[in-house]
Ligand binder design. Structure first.
Ligand SMILES: [Fe+2]
Ligand SMILES: [Fe+2]
Length: 386
């Protein structure tokens, strides 16, 4: 299904200049992807509007390219699925509708608690979509100036938002009907999260922004895919189909963002490789890193620990994505770079080795770690091992 087992050979030649690599700071110890992101939240100073003003012209000049190469990746509304297609049919007479809900509840009754925690985490992340649209629109050169702009960049970001909007709706309604989760606590978490916003460290720089979205869509595609398989194993093929359907959207979005970065590498290789290096050196912050439920002060880290243990999204996935993107964008073969660009290229070529070493250390710590029970409000304070 989602066999993204990538060869762990570095994409770049091993003769990379490791002396250019700054070892990650102590605060970036790889424990789980969420730990990576949690550290980001503690950093107070932020670079802003780091793209030089004159580069806005590059994005204007790509309008036509976006219209021919990216907008076709949007699915028309008429051909798109809608949440109601995969939910009990509310247009049926009450007793038939209730029968469908009963069947849904039977199916979800065997899903393990730890799985539900990660599924709820994914749903809450999808539900904070307003923050992501806000974030996209603070990128210089691609923002939707009027809210209904006819620019190709704006058309894409609105279409992306409208497609993403169905993900949270569908998962939320499904979980609500299941009766397995505490919707009031989940809704509080969403409320807190949207009010907190998100800080993805993109410097209002669309080069960095598109590197981020390439990474993030791929990560979501992979994790939804794994949750789909687990839903099937847990006796809920409908949930598996729901997650698989959402994962297919994420894959299409990943394709779009990867293509955009590929195009930027073609028109401005130095500017783009520096942005890739800056984004990766900062670490990719997961979008819902400011999540809280008002009860567990370490909710996000605890969620990350469950996800890591179930291997739904783990440090290994993080490394695989970095490695995949380096290969997909052919970063080792980039030519025509300035000296700063070459240094960024060398950084990227050595990055996989660096994070693998950190992963080995973190795996060792993980092995020694004793599992302990942690209560999650989303599942009525039941305990899950982390
Ligand atoms: Fe999504
Ligand atoms: Fe997505």
């Amino acid at each position: 299904m989602y066999t993204y087992s990538l060869a762990l050979t570095p994409s770049c030649s091993p003769k990379t200049h490791h002396h250019y690599l700054k070892p990650p700071s102590k605060s970036t110890t790889l424990h789980s992807p969420t730990t990576i992101s949690a550290t980001a939240a503690t950093i107070r100073t932020r670079k802003a509007h780091s793209m030089p003003q004159e580069k806005i012209e590059i994005f204007n000049s790509l309008e036509n390219w976006v219209s021919h190469n990216i907008l076709p990746l949007v699915k028309s509304v008429e051909k798109s699925w809608q949440p109601h297609d995969m939910l009990p049919d509310s247009s049926l007479p009450s007793d038939e509708f209730i029968d469908q809900v009963r069947i849904l509840r039977d199916r979800t009754s065997h899903l393990p608690e730890d799985y539900l925690v990660v599924l709820v985490g994914a749903m809450i992340t999808e539900e904070a979509l307003p923050s992501y649209q806000t974030w996209i629109n603070q990128n210089d050169g691609i923002k939707d100036e009027s809210g209904s702009s006819s620019s190709s960049w704006a058309k894409w970001s609105r279409s992306w938002t409208s497609e993403e909007n169905r993900h949270g709706d569908l998962l939320r309604t499904y979980l609500y009907l299941s009766g397995r989760v505490d919707m009031q606590m989940i809704e509080k978490t969403i409320h807190y999260l949207i009010a907190a916003g998100t800080d993805l460290r993109g410097e209002n720089n669309p080069y960095m922004g598109f590197v981020y979205t390439s990474f993030q869509e791929r990560a979501t595609f992979m994790s939804h895919g794994k949750m789909a398989r687990m839903a099937k194993e847990g006796g809920d093929p409908v949930l598996a189909r729901i997650l698989g359907t959402i994962a297919a959207d994420e894959k299409r979005h990943e394709t779009a963002y990867i293509k955009i970065v590929e195009k930027l590498l073609e028109v401005d290789p130095t500017g783009t490789i520096i942005a890739i290096k800056d984004m990766m050196r900062n670490k990719i912050t997961m979008p819902a890193h400011m999540m809280k439920d008002g009860r567990d002060p370490h909710l996000y880290d605890h969620l990350g620990a469950v996800s890591q243990r179930l291997k739904i999204y783990s440090t290994n996935d993080y490394i695989n994505i970095v490695e995949y993107l380096i290969g997909r964008w052919k970063l080792e073969k980039l030519e025509g770079l300035t000296s700063e660009g070459r240094r960024a290229q060398e950084f990227m070529c050595g990055l996989v080795q660096v994070i693998k070493r950190l992963e080995e250390r973190s795996n060792e710590l993980e092995r020694k770690k004793e599992l302990k029970g942690t209560k999650f409000s989303w599942i009525f304070n039941k305990e899950v091992m982390i």
